[in-house]
Design a protein around this ligand. Structure first.
Ligand SMILES: CSC[C@@H](O)[C@@H](O)C(=O)COP(=O)(O)O
Length: 346
């Protein structure tokens, strides 16, 4: 890898023997990579958010299938494919919202169907291709998004849609990286309660590349926009419907409403692997609800406490609040079903 193409932080690496995953629950205090040898372990790593972010989840699952094939097909067992299919079902249950997970598993299943006699070599090549293609897509999106931004002085991002959420380089953060390589821009990051992807991951990841970022409390976004400091909100997505409705980290919809109120532009940056062409609009997207314990202060966690918590971790931004969807194959301005269909044909 050349210095220019160097990836400063990586969510995961294939070592040739195991899948190495950065434990994002510990970043930035501790940078700990752990080796994973089985598909079940990879499923648990996704469910527990050691690895997170839509494209990174898909890539991790693809390598999970490699680990499953290595384990079961190596035994010469007649029923190896049934065991691999059971592991694939387990991986598919790890998280519900990011469509990249199901897209990657579908590709792995098709690869297995096409190469029944050399499954291990075939699935490894496919997983490595999914990984490499994601990095290339991110770089293409970064340039396209930066072209759109024009002379903006300030941008706000939400959650972590960076190298840590992808194969490398990022989606929303790819635009910020590309922009910053052209000229200085003031970057704001929302802290992203309750899991703090913005506070723990985004500002840290950008600092690793020498890009300064200013952290804000999520509840400061309206006041920041009112001050005129932000020209664009730039976010990633976990699933985009065929009409351009986009599911992303909880709080994204609120930012889109605020952006429209304040005349701030709103950009969604995602690879085409994040588009779910099977659903007409965002109402069909399953929104993950996680353990209330991730939100509740510890003192309220007893079974009989009257204090409870509702913890949806994604929301859906309607396409009419989005000014542009940026993908590796093209940009959809003012997204609609027609504009998305044109992207699909291009
Ligand atoms: C390129 S990442 C896009 C999205 O996956 C990201 O914005 C996001 O919402 C991640 O949620 P997470 O719950 O941290 O997996």
């Amino acid at each position: 890898m050349t210095k220019q193409n160097r990836l400063s932080v990586e969510a995961l690496k294939w070592t040739g023997n195991a899948l190495q995953i950065l434990d994002q629950r510990k970043v930035p205090e501790r940078i700990v990579y752990q080796d994973f040898d089985t598909a079940e372990e990879v499923s648990r790593a996704i469910a527990s958010m050691r690895v997170r972010g839509a494209p990174a989840i898909g890539i991790a699952a693809a390598y999970g299938v490699v680990l499953s094939v290595r384990r079961h097909a190596g035994e010469n067992a007649a029923d190896w494919r049934a065991k691999v299919d059971a592991d694939i079902d387990g991986l598919a249950k790890s998280r519900p919202t990011a469509v990249n997970l199901f897209w990657a598993l579908d590709r792995m299943k098709k690869t297995l169907d096409a190469h029944p006699d050399t499954p291990l070599a075939a699935v490894l090549a496919e997983a490595e291709k999914i990984h490499a293609d994601d990095i290339a897509a991110n770089r293409a999106m970064g340039e396209r998004g930066a072209d759109l931004i024009g002379s903006a002085k300030g941008v706000l991002t939400h959650c972590n849609a960076g190298a840590l959420a992808t194969g490398g380089y990022g989606t929303a953060l790819s635009v910020i990286r590309s922009l910053y390589s052209r000229r200085p821009v003031q970057v704001y990051a929302g802290e992203t309660r309750p899991w703090l992807q913005g506070a723990r991951l985004t500002v840290w990841e950008l600092s690793q590349d020498g890009i300064p970022a200013t952290l804000i409390a999520d509840s400061a976004a309206a006041w920041l926009m009112r001050s005129g400091a932000v020209d664009w909100v730039i976010v990633g997505a976990d699933r985009i419907a065929a009409n351009g409705d986009a599911a992303n980290k909880i709080g994204t919809y609120a930012l889109a409403v605020l952006a429209r109120q304040h005349g701030v532009k709103f950009m969604v940056v995602a690879p085409t692997s994040t588009i779910d062409w099977t659903i007409a609009d965002g109402s069909r997207i399953e929104i993950e609800e996680r353990d209330p314990a991730e939100l509740l202060p510890a003192c309220y966690r007893e079974q009989d406490s009257l204090v409870q918590a509702w913890n949806p971790v994604f929301d859906v931004t309607p396409s009419e609040l989005i000014d542009a969807i940026v993908t590796e194959t093209g940009v959809v301005p003012n997204p609609s079903a027609d504009g998305m269909a044109r992207l699909r044909m291009s």
